[in-house]
Design a protein around this ligand. Structure first.
Ligand SMILES: Cc1cc2nc3c(=O)[nH]c(=O)nc-3n(C[C@H](O)[C@H](O)[C@H](O)COP(=O)(O)OP(=O)(O)OC[C@H]3O[C@@H](n4cnc5c(N)ncnc54)[C@H](O)[C@@H]3O)c2cc1C
Length: 320
């Protein structure tokens, strides 16, 4: 649409104000599927997939995480072999948003003949040996289908390899863009929980007064709006840097970690203001709170982002 990064962020904010699952759909489609095809793909690949993905006529998913390799994707064991006129793909991915409904999957796998270098391949639904079992029993992000990607000797045409970037930096580049969207999105959740609690505090009468008139309730609300305002400034500044192509991975990491944590804290405080009503589905807070337990884990966990910040300031990597 030709919009800038702050406009993109504000759109993510308003979408996630509705539900983190909906924002996840947009992040995966835009940042994790369209972005790598646009950035690392060739013109033929762009023309084949991008118009349909942009119009929502085709849904994509992003396969990086594996059952035994979550926080450390470099240990992945999904591999492909060069078989002359095609690649043969074997392995499995887990926790993949949209996998049960996706038409295509951008899959990150190691090439057996280039000493295990990671490449992106577009795997299409219907390819023989490719299945997408649904993950059941999720109590979080329930509006977003999650599943596996299983590759059992899948013959992937050579034209489906993204040629313009390889190595772990390729998938991590997509994650920067998605994490930036999450930083804005979770502000939408915090604002929705705050607004709900504020309205409720003026309507709910206890001891003959609206509960919003008690100092303890005001403390909660005042602290929430202060923290939301600080995080909005952090994220806006990140957007300015992103518009200038100057935002770093470590800065994005700091904002993602801070804002998800802020949204969780606001959601918990807001839920308390609603008392018993806070745990029902008549209000959105509990649903947001449960969703945030996924958001605090995916796209790098809370602790991994702390270690990225630690690495940035000390120059010493603590996660290895
Ligand atoms: C709903 C949902 C949707 C998802 N969607 C996608 C998707 O679309 N595509 C995709 O590829 N992935 C997706 N993921 C996967 C997600 O990115 C991973 O769950 C995440 O990276 C963590 O990996 P893990 O679950 O294996 O946890 P683990 O890596 O096993 O971590 C478990 C705990 O150990 C801690 N830990 C790990 N290593 C260290 C360390 N070095 N130092 C200190 N603590 C450490 C972590 O912080 C965490 O608390 C999704 C996950 C969820 C829950």
């Amino acid at each position: 649409m030709g919009l800038d990064q702050i406009s993109y962020g504000l759109i993510m904010q308003e979408i996630e104000r509705v539900d983190s699952g909906l924002r996840s759909l947009c992040s995966v489609q835009g940042s994790l599927v369209m972005y790598p095809i646009w950035k690392y793909g060739n013109e033929e690949q762009r023309m084949k997939w991008l118009p349909k993905l942009a119009a929502g006529k085709m849904i994509g998913c992003f396969g990086l995480t594996e059952p035994d390799h979550g926080s450390n994707p470099s240990g992945m064991v999904t591999t492909f072999q060069d078989k002359g006129d095609h690649y043969l793909l074997n392995g499995a991915k887990m926790w993949i948003s949209n996998s049960p409904i996706a038409d295509i999957a951008v899959v990150w796998a190691k090439a057996e003949n280039t000493e295990g270098r990671i490449h992106g391949l577009v795997v299409e639904r219907g390819m023989e040996g490719f299945t997408t079992p649904t993950t059941h029993g999720k109590l979080s992000l329930r509006a977003s289908p999650t599943g596996e990607l299983v590759f059992d000797n899948v013959k992937v045409p050579k034209a489906n390899l993204l040629p313009n970037k390889s190595g772990l930096g390729a998938p991590l580049g997509c994650l920067d863009s998605a994490r930036y969207g999450i930083s804005w999105g979770t502000l939408g959740v915090a604002m929705e929980c705050y607004d709900t609690a504020l309205r409720y505090s003026k309507e709910r009468i206890q001891f003959g007064k609206p509960i919003g008139q008690f100092q303890l309730t005001q403390k909660k609300l005042a602290e929430m709006i202060t923290e939301i305002t600080k995080a909005q400034l952090l994220t806006w500044r990140l957007g300015v840097l992103k518009n200038e192509n100057r935002a770093t991975t470590a800065q994005i990491s700091m904002a993602k970690r801070n804002n998800v944590h802020l949204a969780l804290t606001v959601a918990r405080e807001a839920r308390q203001i609603l008392g018993g009503m806070g745990i029902t589905n008549e209000y959105p807070i509990m649903r947001h709170m449960m969703n945030l337990e996924s958001v605090v884990t995916y796209e790098g966990t809370h602790d991994i982002h702390l270690l990225i910040t630690g690495h940035e300031v000390t120059g010493l990597a603590a996660f290895k």
